[in-house]
Design a protein around this ligand. Sequence first.
Ligand code: 0L1
Ligand code: MG
Length: 264
Amino acid sequence: MNTNSTVRDVRSAATELLRAEAQQTDRHPITDEWPELDLATAYEVQAQLIADKVASGEKIVGVKLGLTSRAKQQRMGISSPLTAWLTDGMVLEAGVPIPTEKLIHPRVEPEIVFVMGERLAGPGVTAATAMASVRSVFAGVEVIDSRYIDFKFTLPDVVADNASSSRFVIGSVERDPRELDLALEACVLQVNGVVVDSATGAAVQGHPAEALALAANALADRGLAIEAGWIVLTGGLTDAVFVRPGEQIVAEFTNLGSVTVVGS
Ligand code: 0L1
Ligand code: MG
């Protein structure tokens, strides 16, 4: 934990969050030092942090939504969804263990994942228009690893921290979303063979397509769009569970197959 830094601007906040990630050290919320940090400025910190990752060789591959389900909102004490970015540095290939030794306090959450067929730009995107631009839907698992102590943060803190992004895995079953009722798509989450939680796609904003529309419209406020070919994580369906070395977590979906991750 770093107690010496004083963060009061976009540049230093992004540097401090990247440092925490690289050094695997959790820290106090940015808003402890910078209480005036508002949501618009927090998105500037997020953009700076991602620009730094891109400058160091990573490539943006998509968008993630956070806090789209009541389970996640209640756990984190924040009722507003948010958007953040996915890079190729966050991709975890199926079967590769989660590198817990490189992370701070990783947690895992099951998600419904879209791959875009067409560019999607707000404002005014509805669930129907959003769905029309999706190519495929997959099961997924996101590994989140907040840079804040005990995953305790305000909305501007977690936005600045790119929504606790760390890694994500996409399942091997590819489906046309128009063939499925994604609100009814169920997921059962198991840790070491024990069922710990379950949810359906309706958990994320009533339907994952609503979450996708929300992302497109929110990005449009900042002059941004979701590009063709990008991946969209629609948000944790259930509360996230800690993953420790040797633990096996399975997210089993009705029609989208299952995704298994193991802590290294
Ligand atoms: O999918 C999600 O809801 C991720 C939320 C990110 C914030 C967190 O839970 O650390
Ligand atoms: Mg997530």
